[in-house]
Design a protein around this ligand. Structure first.
Ligand SMILES: [Zn+2]
Length: 389
């Protein structure tokens, strides 16, 4: 099976491209906007956007910038407004993110699965923290809804659901209604029926395995009648059983896709919170036995400078002003010369944001911690390292 997902997937490559777009000459506009119509109707959103862009144009007048930089930003603002107006009505997403640099014809848009704070920032650096948080929060789910005779397979990612059942070619249709008159005939029928159910489960499990690998899902969820769950689960490949993170009551052809989506997303939230706690526990345990991990801002930034970070673990909302050498991608809490090039470092309002960007550039995973964990008492930030220091 060679399959291409139709759901717009935010990839690590896109983010890397975005981060690579920075230089010391051009300003990039980073724009986040809440487009959730249940929160604010489109007409009101348009007014908000106009206000935001007007404020940005006013700020630009008082700002130190070259003529070319100014022209590029004005181009960005115009393009963002045009894009919004063109897509506002058809848009079904809860938020959008746009990164633009007109001078270099750089333009990226992201449809977001949840609302974001409205932000417009023009800087040398793209502001990617909200995007990175969303990327960390969502995983690719495969949800199988199955009963004794039928099955439906869904792909779920970033709040969207796609029915993959069409890819099912040989779905057996087996009626479970009893037709025997009792006695031997009925027992024979039951045996025959149980065999058919077993074959059906086996086939669904095998197909799920194929589709799971083809679409590179992260997790599996099963929707079925409670009493069928363990019976079906037995047929799953060990690889799938290890990725099975939840089940709920559902029936193929009866349970609406919206309900399947809601149930899967509730399981996803639980999985993500558990993941956060597990990562923090792993981090703290490793730090305590002086294994490959660091805790605290200073240690984490030093590890980043050495390119040693595998997973950056950071408390949601943690911000600290600091210094940055944009030539070497070095973030620091200390004033003074860059440890790499010896050049002067630039003051930056939030060195944690810079650390997240540097980590992403190095191909590290970012784990944003939203749930209360002991990390709050132990420095708000840390990192699992690629090797022992
Ligand atoms: Zn430097």
């Amino acid at each position: 099976l060679q399959c291409q997902s139709l759901i717009a997937v935010i990839t690590q490559e896109q983010i890397q491209q975005l981060l690579a777009a920075r230089d010391n000459r051009h300003l990039i506009t980073s724009f986040y906007f809440n487009t959730d119509v249940t929160r604010r109707p489109v007409a009101e959103q348009k007014i908000r956007l106009k206000d935001m862009l007007q404020a940005a144009r006013r700020d630009l007048e008082g700002r130190e910038a070259t003529h070319a930089q100014r022209e590029s930003l004005l181009g960005d603002f115009g393009a963002i407004e045009q894009h919004f107006v063109a897509h506002a009505v058809s848009n079904s997403h809860k938020g959008i993110a746009i990164f633009s640099c007109s001078a270099r014809k750089f333009w990226q848009t992201y449809a977001l699965p949840r609302g974001v704070r409205n932000i417009l920032i023009a800087d040398f650096d793209p502001y990617i923290r909200p995007l990175s948080m969303i990327l960390d929060e969502y995983h690719r789910f495969c949800t199988v809804v199955v009963d004794r005779a039928r099955a439906q397979i869904y792909e779920i990612y970033m709040g969207e659901i796609l029915d993959r059942s069409e890819a099912f070619t040989e779905l057996p249709r087996f009626s479970s209604r009893s037709m025997g008159q009792g006695g031997r005939e009925e027992r024979r029928f039951e045996r025959h029926h149980e065999d058919a159910v077993r074959r059906h489960f086996h086939r669904v499990a095998r197909f799920t395995f194929d589709i799971f690998q083809a679409y590179k899902f992260d997790y599996l969820v099963v929707g079925t009648h409670h009493e069928l769950f363990y019976e079906f689960e037995r047929h799953l490949h060990p690889y799938l059983r290890a990725r099975l993170v939840g089940n709920f009551t559902a029936e193929p052809g009866v349970t609406a896709p919206a309900e399947v989506l809601a149930q899967t997303m509730a399981i996803e939230t639980k999985v993500e919170r558990e993941d956060e706690v597990r990562t923090v526990n792993e981090l703290l345990a490793k730090v305590d036995r002086q294994d490959a991990a660091v805790l605290g801002l200073h240690g984490t930034l030093t590890a980043l400078q050495r390119g040693a970070v595998q997973t950056l673990v950071v408390e949601d909302g943690y911000e600290v002003p600091g210094f940055m050498c944009y030539n070497c991608h070095v973030a620091s809490v200390d004033d003074g010369a860059c440890p790499h090039c010896g050049g002067e470092m630039t003051v930056c309002p939030d060195v944690v944001d810079e650390a997240i960007e540097v980590a992403l550039q190095q191909g590290a995973k970012i784990e944003h911690i939203r749930t209360p964990t002991p990390l709050r008492e132990r420095g708000f930030i840390g990192a699992l390292l690629r090797f022992k220091s």
